[in-house]
Design a protein around this ligand. Structure first.
Ligand code: ACO
Length: 372
């Protein structure tokens, strides 16, 4: 029990996604992740997560329009981002900005399904605008206003880099967002559900979720992967670097997963995307790290393989995303999964309140302070 991390414990029923950790498969609403990555866009996947079905053309056009209507931020939130210290991590600024958005959202306290769907769409639209604004402001540049005619992935890259991305770059970001959109009862989704199960509002739930995603054992791992690649420096140094780190009993970022006992199905899709953008030093190094890790872990009898964060690092780097923003990009995708789970939790809500087995001292009496 101690330190079990709730491994394998089923805490609820959900229709949003299904993971088979032994087989290494992931489905959103019954659709394999490989097919969604190949044949749909992030906007279609967002609709699927919120509604349980893929949209038809009319429904997709409507959701695209509603997202575009939500891209803009209140001036107060830009001011808040400008006021944050440059030393603050972009995930801490995102967490603060989403919390602040709740102060200006006229529907913030409305807990009807209709209002919560409105907020899910609006927040999904606002995450990229905030993320890009954080990056621009800390580089001393003006934020780039969103363009209503661009899809969410293209708009994110446009607002980050100040120029409309090429089709391949926009499509790569789109697939990366699809792959990161949803993943069952992971730590951040669970914290969103715990928060909203108290009947706290959507913005509070997402603030909890962002704080949880930030940690290096969860979404923060993609940034740490890039730091690791930079420390390794050259593909030829990968083997000795990894062996030394394992000798020091360090966890290698981007490897291992609580649920998958085989390759995370999202990792090979990202690996292929990286290849399609053109070979890079980081990708070559990632391949080398993977070979060494799989060999070493097998020798140690542990089923540790690359997870979604491993190849996303080199892909984001190729798309011009600064390293400290990697986890924010993850959040820009996962907001759809979080909000889908918030909607599902509220359909049949019960306060989530487990208990702990007490292992402290037996019952005793308080002695006056002078006698202690
Ligand atoms: N590097 C080296 N050894 C590892 C790694 C790793 N990345 N991951 C697990 N192991 C080892 C553990 O030390 C443990 O060894 P032991 O049995 O000798 O103690 C064994 O493999 C089993 O792993 P657990 O610790 O049981 O794995 P757990 O389910 O607790 O943790 C976690 C999963 C947190 C993801 C872990 O693998 C890890 O820290 N990975 C690195 C961080 C990372 O990439 N996180 C992103 C996860 S995916 C996501 O959140 C989107």
């Amino acid at each position: 029990m101690a330190g079990s991390g709730l491994e394998g414990v089923v805490v609820a029923e959900s229709r949003v996604s299904r993971i088979d950790g032994e087989a290494g498969t992931l489905e959103y609403g019954g659709y394999p992740i490989e097919e969604l990555a190949e044949h749909t866009t992030f906007e279609e996947v967002a609709y699927l997560l919120w509604n349980g079905e893929l949209p038809d053309e009319k429904q997709l056009a409507l959701v695209r329009q509603r997202l575009a209507n939500g891209y803009r931020l209140p001036d107060e939130v830009y001011q808040l981002i400008r006021a944050t210290p440059p030393s603050a991590h972009p995930m801490a600024v995102l967490r603060t900005a989403i919390s602040a958005l709740g102060l200006y959202d006229p529907q913030a306290a409305d807990m009807s399904r209709e209002a919560n769907v409105d907020k899910a769409i609006r927040l999904t639209a606002q995450f990229p605008t905030i993320t890009a604004a954080i990056a621009r402001i800390r580089r001393g540049k003006e934020p780039v206003s969103p363009r209503d005619d661009l899809g969410l992935a293209a708009n994110l890259l446009y607002m980050l880099n100040g120029e409309v991305p090429g089709d391949r770059e926009a499509q790569t970001m789109d697939v990366a967002l699809i792959l990161h959109a949803e993943h069952g009862f992971n730590a951040s989704t669970f914290s969103a559900r715990v928060t909203v199960a108290t009947l706290a509002d959507m913005h509070s739930a997402l603030t909890s979720a962002i704080g949880t995603l930030k940690g290096p054992l969860h979404g923060g791992a993609n940034e740490r992967v890039m730091q690791m690649l930079e420390q390794i420096g050259e593909p030829s140094r990968a083997e000795s670097w990894i062996l030394d780190a394992l000798e020091r009993k360090e966890k290698i970022m981007g490897f291992g997963h609580r649920v998958y006992r085989t390759v995370d199905p999202r990792a090979p899709i990202l690996r292929k995307l990286g290849d399609e953008l053109g070979r890079s030093k980081w990708l070559e190094m990632s391949d080398r790290v993977r070979e060494v890790m799989e060999r070493e872990m097998e020798q140690r009898g542990k089923a540790i393989y690359p997870n979604v964060d491993f190849f996303s690092a080199s892909v984001y780097d190729r798309l011009g995303v600064p390293m400290e923003l990697f986890t924010n990009i993850f959040a820009c995708a996962r907001v759809t999964g979080w909000t889908a789970h918030v909607l599902e939790q509220l359909e049949d809500n019960r306060l989530i309140r487990p208990k702990a087995k007490y292992i402290g001292p037996g019952s005793r009496s308080v002695r006056p302070i002078a006698e202690r």
